[in-house]
Design a protein around this ligand. Sequence first.
Ligand code: ZN
Length: 475
Amino acid sequence: MFQTGIRQMRMAMSMVWGRPISPRNVERLIEDALETLTTFGAPGDDVQQLLDGPFSDPKVREEFQTRALRRTAARLAGVSPYYRRLFDSCGLDPDSLTVGRMAGVPVTLKRDLVASQADFLAAGSQPYVSTRTTGTTGRPAEVWLSRYEMELWPAMAALSGLLRNEISPDDCMQVNISSRATAAVQQNLTVCRLVGARSRMLGVVPAEESLDSLLAGGDSAPTLLTTYPSYLAELVRAARRRGVGPGDFRLRRIDCGGEVLSAALSRATYETFGPRLVNDTFGMTEILPVSGRVCDHGHLHHDLNMGFVEVVDFQTGTPVGPGEMGTVVITPYYPYRECMPVFRYDTRDIVRQLPDAPLTCELAGVPATSRILGKADHMLRIGDEVVTLRDLVEVVEDLPGQPWPARFGATVDDGRVRLGLPGDVLADASASELRRRLADRGLNVDVSTVLDDRAGVMIRPLRADLLETTFAGRN
Ligand SMILES: [Zn+2]
């Protein structure tokens, strides 16, 4: 136990001083944690505190954030051609940077990353693996990661997952995300390796094949599933077609991310797969390793150990107040991000700031926002009304025909939201019912539906459609 204490202290100090963290040290912590868990069965409270960080006290939080931001900006000014230029142009002095002055630094957009990729590479770092965004907005951005990053992130995730009992050596993780999401794939496989759990990397293959895998293996069938909400929807439908239910699976958790997960789909998942917990996570290639988790109260809690999180106005880039909507802007801290770091990266993901009241959820010590409501660039505005992707997904996926994943397109035309739906989505519901359900969510929008996408309404892309072909269905 003495050794564990020393290593924990070393790790905590490197967080404060901002020196690179040795992935080997974190891996040793994992070994110690595994041993401790075998002997004592549960991690200590001090370890949990280390994981959640010192964020419930606003003053301590701001001190931590100021130090981390200065350290990160100072490094970027030294090694990143893009940010050296940007900081010069806005007169940023890293040594006097404060939380309040962050709004004076222009945000970085995906198009900047695509247009000036080489200028984002940090001098002196060794690119090792590139990973591409698989999102649904515009050209993919390519982000280079160093070996240090590829070793450190899974090690930290494995340690945290182990201590939070999110993964154990008895688990088997099935991974149904795009094989091209190299960073996420390698992260999941390495986390399993470090913990000693099994992993099945399947990709976005036909849902029937993934269902076969979830049902196969008896006592060694998958207990964890990592996927996208739209693919989860395909799995739920495949399971219902086959007539299998909770008693046929061993799943104890499903991690979902990358798309809007609706309440209707969560409910259907519980009914079909049985696990109590569908874990709605937030992550994005460009701002790795910063992530977020949704609590039981439906808030999105961002991991403030790894990065600085702001919610800013769509146009002005200045922070918005309680109850207001804005886009999530994230600055991953050094030493967690090394090779191609970003500063004030505008994810264009919309959230609403929570009302200014104390949180009472299980993650109350970590500040939170609403869940992701959609992409800013896909938001529909009719006068003062704003309709987000989540508004539409929640309503469409809750229709009696259970049309998961909801395939539709939406646009604003002549002061009305026009929804384009493939013929079978509405089933027995009518356009007036759709209007009523939107009104129940406080959206007084006039909806006209077109029963296909011919009328110039593009059906939204879903990650479940990034289907990877196999020969398994041939016989
Ligand atoms: Zn919460």
